[in-house]
Design a protein around this ligand. Structure first.
Ligand SMILES: Cc1cc2nc3c(=O)[nH]c(=O)nc-3n(C[C@H](O)[C@H](O)[C@H](O)COP(=O)(O)OP(=O)(O)OC[C@H]3O[C@@H](n4cnc5c(N)ncnc54)[C@H](O)[C@@H]3O)c2cc1C
Length: 411
């Protein structure tokens, strides 16, 4: 017998309190839909996913649609001071190679959000969700009930039941592992070292003025690739929070650059086991050594990268992005479409998913839509725009690495 699919009112379970899961929870909460988020981490702190996050026009729209107005204003007040010069790519001798321009109707808006500090964003996304987010809940497995509902089991022995379960548990999704173990993201063979460099130290060390306020890429002919992205806060997060949302626990930070150093695995001179065992200090030294022949104005600044903020990741991609099977388990974000950070669209695509799901799940909650057909509509659109985002990110990642003559690994 076919299971009933009409669910009103709706109970939504979200596995994963990252960018996408929290954005969805904010949107659903504003719409009055019952939602619970289950997050593996013990608290809001301590995730190693980089520092500065580029926000695309779609990401900005989705964040502002899902957040209450005052939290959207807080995000804008603490965003990066926008500059008008866009992205520029240089060679290692600082000769300009490429300066693409991007269409954005809100480019000149004074409250434009073009990049944010990741820690600040996460705390803004958590604000007001104290009753919704449960920390320390490590998803273990799921099962479906005879009534067509879904039960999530956690490592601590507890469980939760709902009408729909959103898999927002990121690249290494356990939900995906249970349902689609063959659908893992592919290793691109590119290894990336992320660091945080205090702005004042980089400028004092001679960072050229042209690179100080814009997103710059340096593509070395020696097989290495470096991105330098400024994060200059519009306002101190704690002061902006006191004005706009006093209970948001925002942490102040000095302005900084996020540096992103890419190298092909084949050029590392060590296997992955040895590479991922390197300490932050050793990773910083590796970047300094590998850029020692670069323009003298670039060399000095990497010595100021903070070792305790430096970490390495392997770049991966989901290709093709495919909708999951119809039913009460629906994916969002990196769980279904992992992309290399080179395109700066992974989080923005997760936010776009959250915006679309907010609209559709709200309609289901109000009895205006059937759950199955609404989720099929979401998954069809998501697979299309996420495939485009993944392909664009892949092209940029391969462009920078190919320049050095290295090949993508079979993964
Ligand atoms: C260094 C770096 C820089 C990046 N820069 C950009 C950028 O500038 N712009 C951009 O758009 N994207 C960027 N990305 C990509 C972006 O970070 C991801 O696409 C985005 O975080 C995906 O959001 P998500 O909610 O799907 O997953 P995540 O943000 O990864 O959240 C997943 C959540 O699920 C939780 N979780 C995992 N397993 C379990 C479990 N078993 N039980 C419960 N909870 C679980 C995790 O703890 C986490 O909180 C970058 C990525 C990296 C690594």
């Amino acid at each position: 017998m076919a299971m009933p699919t009409s669910r009103s009112p709706l109970q939504v379970l979200v596995i994963g309190g990252g960018i996408g899961g929290l954005c969805l929870a904010q949107g659903l909460r504003q719409a009055g839909v019952e939602v619970s988020v289950f997050e593996r981490d013990g608290s809001a702190d301590g995730r190693r996913q980089g520092y500065r996050l580029r926000i695309s026009p779609e990401g900005e729209r989705g964040l502002l649609a899902c957040l209450p107005t005052a939290l959207g204003e807080l995000l804008s007040a603490t965003a990066n001071v926008r500059d008008d010069s866009g992205l520029v790519a240089y060679d290692e001798h600082l000769v300009e190679q490429w300066a693409p321009s991007f269409e954005d109707p809100r480019a000149d808006a004074p409250d434009k959000i073009d990049a944010v500090d990741r820690v600040t964003l996460r705390r803004i996304l958590l604000a007001g969700l104290e009753e919704v987010v449960r920390f320390g809940k490590n998803f273990r497995s799921l099962e479906r009930t005879a009534a067509g509902r879904v039960v999530a089991h956690f490592e601590d022995g507890s469980s939760a039941e709902g009408d729909v379960l959103i898999a927002a548990d990121g690249t290494n999704s356990r939900v995906r592992e249970q349902l689609r173990p063959w659908d893992r993201p592919r290793d691109l063979g590119i290894r990336t070292v992320f660091s945080r460099i205090p702005r004042a130290a980089a400028v004092a060390a001679g960072l050229p003025e042209a690179l100080q306020d814009r997103f710059s890429y340096v593509i070395g002919t020696d097989g290495h690739h470096l991105g330098l992205m400024p994060m200059t806060f519009r306002a101190r997060p704690s002061e902006a929070a006191a004005r706009l949302w006093p209970t948001a626990e925002l942490v102040d930070s000095d302005d900084y650059y996020m540096s992103v150093f890419n190298v092909h695995q084949a050029d590392l001179g060590m296997d992955d086991e040895a590479f991922f065992a390197l300490s932050g200090e050793q990773l910083c030294r590796l970047v300094v050594e590998r850029t020692s022949a670069w323009h003298p104005d670039l060399r000095g600044i990497f010595g100021h990268a903070l070792a305790d903020t430096t970490f390495a990741v392997a770049l991966r991609v989901t290709q093709p992005v495919q909708p999951w099977e119809a039913g009460p388990v629906v994916p969002l974000g990196d769980a279904v479409h992992t992309m290399p950070p080179s395109g700066g669209v992974g989080a923005n695509t997760a936010v776009r998913d959250a915006e679309a799901l907010t609209v559709l799940l709200t309609a289901v909650d109000r009895g205006e839509r059937e759950l199955d057909e609404a989720m099929a509509e979401y998954q069809k659109a998501m697979a299309e725009y996420a495939t485009q985002g993944a392909e664009m990110s892949l092209r940029i990642a391969q462009w920078s690495i190919r320049k050095a003559g290295a090949q993508e690994s079979a993964g």
